[in-house]
Design a protein around this ligand. Structure first.
Ligand code: ADP
Length: 877
């Protein structure tokens, strides 16, 4: 070899050596060589080989990178270290690592080992190594290693988070989830942990504690209780919830705890638990702190770092998200449940509505106004007497079912109303297929399109026949009562009542009374068709009611009780019919329903009102019957009143006749007596018989009183019959008054009659009659003031009338009598009064006289305070 060749070879070698060294020193991988103090036989059993490696292996050579991996800076600081100092023999992973090395024929790639650095920190290395076998023995091994601790931890954390996430995803019941999360955290991340959740009001709702040693859970809870309510606590769940920030105490040692004082209960518990390190993170979902998690370590070599806290935060984020999702899910669930409940209630309500509709006889319809298509509910078909599906779904079909008298009004009204109003309302009659007439109340809501064009109407129909009938009944009753009280001729009133009853109440109304000869006779037959009335009257004559029958009219008259036959059947008619012809006639009448109510007089049945429905097919109800009874009751009263009135009228006529005859009969003898007295007075005067003169004078006064009385009675009869005559002419009012007063003064010695004022006018009228009035008022004033000694008569006049007031200070009268005293035979103290004799006719006649003169007569009085009777008379007629 040439020198230059050798040189160049040496150079190359040197360069290669330098490159190798540079590679080793600069490599980021650890490069090493282990030597065994005693060679290892590859024939030994596995166990022995592993022990041998741990026992005799030491680091013979390595680069700085390798040294750094164990916390040293230079290779020379670590060279010589025994293998079991680095590779923890108790770690199962390391045993496996060596096992694999041996089994793989002392060659391994990318295998993990678990090792400790000089500070006692765990490291995971990935190794490539090769052992050189010489003659069945191994002396040394070469290898490279990479620190993959961080990568592995990251992977582990990732895996953990994934596990947690997967748990969170599957569980939508957070009770289970909190439990499970706590179980994942302990022991992976903590020796015990606490998870708290707050409710919407930010109160801690639940808390979950997990400890790797279950017996410590009680302690952990006690610890929590020791600080949770303290306002000064600087750490822990309440603090995290309050601040919404993570917190960490990397190292908890005596130095730290002593700050709180050794006797502090919290410190005591912390020591008891053996707490070494702590961190806590909030659970934040959508900006709101919904809870917190705390992690606590009791291990000597687990001290939480910033990275741990970041990791915990990441975990918390996921948990919070999941919990929020759960909450949303639960809300949704609740909402669904709620909705289902509502749906259930709705369907229940629908059911109820259906039932209610059925019960209330309500049918529902929907009309398409443009097409006149109509949809009916089943109930509505029923209401109209149709079978299910029978309604043809058109407005025309509906209209055809309406009573023909109401059809046009309803149809026009409906189309008119829907043009302007959102609601339409109407009441009309319908005719059911069997001819029954029912009353329907209809109300609909109209829906318009955006051009205010009506497109749809949705509404209801209610059968209001009963209500309508009740209204008709009460209306009828009111009208009938008016008729009944309008006249005292009961026959005509009953005929009017019967007319009124048709057709609202019944199609027929018959009223009959037992007459004087004790025979039942119809006094009223009413039907809307007069031909039918004639026909029925004829039938009634041919077949008068059988008074011996056990039913119907005869029964009502016998028992005095009402009868109701809601539905008349053919059989019933056969029972009543006298013969075939009668039956035919009855059938022709087409009776549906009958009710009969008795009329009473003096508590005895004296007649019957019969109501019959035929063409309307209406059936009478109990309500109808009680209404009819009420009517009959009122009619009975009317009949009785009429009878009473007639009796009273008869009695009055009799009395008046008697008075008239009696006073007539008395007039002549009294006149004779008066004349005889006057003759006797003359004789007595001639004879100078003083005694006789006195007696005859008294007698004459009594005869005058009697004459007055008779004339008054005669006047009364004349007033009654309108035969009281007046001789009208001008007379001097003052003269008339003076004369009348003078005459009256003769009659009384006790009272002084004082006239005040003058009329100073002639008055047109019957002076004698006016004088009669004045006399009457004065005589009453004297009579009803026995304790007084004067009566004042005031006179005044203006251009139109004369006013006279006769004032006494006697017994007076109370208010209620003020107008009544002018009535015929009216006396304040009654007819039997003995203190003040009288008949109660004077004021009646006076009133009549003043009235006939177009004047006014009235009284002002108070009981015990005297009375003033006034009258005015017009001066000119
Ligand atoms: P009579 O004959 O009863 O007096 P009248 O028709 O004159 O009949 O009077 C009717 C009733 O009016 C009398 O019964 C009496 O009760 C009452 N009355 C009439 N004038 C007076 C009066 N001046 N003071 C009190 N009551 C009087």
């Amino acid at each position: 070899m040439k020198k230059s060749d050798k040189q160049s070879t040496e150079d190359a070698l040197r360069q290669s050596e330098e490159r190798y060294k540079a590679f080793i020193s600069q490599s980021s991988e650890g490069i090493w060589r282990f030597e065994l103090e005693k060679p290892l036989s590859i024939k030994w059993p596995l166990e022995k080989q592993i022990n041998h490696i741990f026992t005799y292996g030491y680091l013979a050579e390595c680069n700085d990178a390798m040294a750094k991996m164990y916390g040293f800076s230079k290779a020379k600081e670590i060279i010589g270290t025994r293998l079991d100092q680095l590779l923890i023999p108790t770690d199962e992973a390391n045993v496996t690592y060596l096992k694999n090395f041996i089994n793989a024929n002392y060659k391994l790639n990318r295998t993990e080992s678990h090792e400790l650095d000089r500070f006692g920190n765990n490291h995971i290395f990935e190794n490539n190594l090769v052992g050189i076998v010489e003659d069945g023995f191994i002396h040394r091994a070469w290898g490279t290693q990479r620190d993959i601790t961080q990568q592995r931890n990251a992977e582990k954390k990732q895996a953990f988070i994934e596990e947690v996430s997967s748990k969170l995803v599957v569980s939508l019941n957070h009770h289970v989830t909190l439990q499970e999360i706590a179980q994942l955290i302990v022991p992976h991340l903590a020796d015990y942990c606490r998870i708290a959740i707050v409710d919407n009001e930010n109160n801690i709702k639940e808390i979950n504690v997990n400890h790797k040693d279950p017996t410590k859970v009680t302690l952990a809870k006690a610890l929590y209780d020791s600080y949770k309510d303290s306002p000064n606590s600087t750490h822990g769940i309440p603090n995290i919830l309050k601040k919404g920030k993570p917190e960490i105490i990397k190292v908890i040692d005596d130095k730290l705890l002593n700050k709180y004082g050794a006797s502090n209960p919290m410190v005591k518990i912390i020591k008891q638990i053996g707490l070494k390190s702590y961190m806590g993170v909030p659970l934040i979902a959508r900006g709101r702190t919904i809870g917190a998690i705390t992690f606590s370590s009791v291990q000597d070599n687990r001290f939480y770092t910033k990275e741990d806290l970041h990791f915990a935060e990441e975990l918390a984020r996921r948990i919070a998200l999941a919990l929020d999702n759960i909450r949303l899910f639960q809300d949704a669930q609740e909402e669904i449940a709620e909705r289902e409940k509502i749906a259930e209630i709705l369907s229940l309500q629908q059911e109820r509505l259906n039932l209610a509709q059925e019960a209330a006889n309500i049918g529902v319809f929907e009309t398409n106004i443009q097409t006149s298509q109509v949809v009916w509910s089943a109930q509505l078909e029923k209401l109209y007497g149709l079978k299910p599906g029978e309604f043809k779904g058109t407005a025309n079909h509906w209209l055809s079912l309406i009573h023909q008298e109401d059809r046009a009004v309803v149809s026009n009204g409906f189309y008119e109303q829907i043009q302007k109003d959102a609601f339409t309302e109407s009441e009309f009659r319908i005719v059911l297929p069997d001819g029954t007439i029912r009353w329907i109340y209809s109300k609909a809501q109209v829906f318009f399109d955006k051009n205010r064009k009506p497109v749809r109407a949705v509404g209801i129909n209610i059968d209001v026949s009963d209500r309508k009938q009740a209204v008709l009944n009460s209306y009828f009753l009111a009208e009938a009562s008016k008729i009944l009280s309008s006249s005292l001729n009961y026959e005509t009133t009953l005929q009017n009542v019967a007319k009124l009853a048709v057709p609202q109440i019944a199609d027929w109304c018959l009223i009959g009374i037992i007459n004087k000869d004790n025979i039942y006779e119809h006094i009223a037959v009413s039907h809307k068709d007069t031909k039918m009335v004639k026909w029925a009257t004829a039938v009634g004559k041919e077949y008068p009611p059988d008074m011996n029958s056990s039913t119907g009219l005869a029964k009502v008259l016998r028992t005095g009780k009402a009868e109701l036959y809601p539905l008349i059947t053919d059989d019933m008619m056969k029972m009543t019919a006298r013969d075939k012809k009668h039956f035919k006639l009855l059938k022709q009448l087409g009776m549906t329903s009958v009710m009969m109510v008795p009329l009473h007089a003096q508590q005895k049945p004296i007649g019957v009102i019969t109501f019959i429905t035929s063409e309307t097919k209406r059936r009478f109800t109990k309500e109808d019957l009680s209404f009819a009874e009420e009517l009959a009751h009122r009619a009975s009263i009317a009949i009785e009143n009429a009878a009473l009135y007639k009796n009273a009228q008869d009695a009055i006529t009799l009395r008046d006749d008697f008075i008239s005859v009696a006073s007539h009969e008395l007039k002549t003898p009294v006149t004779s007596v008066k004349i005889f007295t006057q003759v006797m007075q003359k004789y007595a005067q001639i004879n100078g018989d003083e005694k006789a003169i006195q007696n005859l004078d008294k007698m004459d006064k009594q005869i005058n009183k009697l004459t007055d009385l008779i004339y008054n009675l005669l006047d009364i009869s004349k007033i009654q019959t309108g035969r009281l005559e007046y001789t009208m002419r001008d007379f001097s009012f003052d003269t008339m008054l003076a004369e009348a007063t003078e005459t009256m003064q003769h009659m009384t010695s006790k009272h002084q009659l004082i006239v005040k004022g003058k009329a100073n006018t002639m008055v047109y009228g019957d002076g004698d009659r006016i004088s009669q009035v004045v006399s009457n008022l004065i005589s009453n004033a004297v009579k009803y003031s026995p304790a007084a000694d004067k009566v004042v008569i005031k006179v005044a006049a203006d251009n139109e009338k004369v006013h006279v007031a006769v004032k006494d200070s006697g017994i007076g009268m109370s208010k209620e009598h003020l107008t009544k005293v002018f009535g015929r035979f009216y006396r304040v103290s009654g007819a039997t009064d003995k203190t003040f004799p009288g008949l109660g006719i004077g004021l009646y006649i006076s009133h009549e006289i003043i009235n006939r003169h177009d004047g006014k007569l009235w009284v002002e009085s108070k009981e015990g305070k005297g009375s003033t009777f006034h009258f005015t008379l017009p001066i000119h007629q």
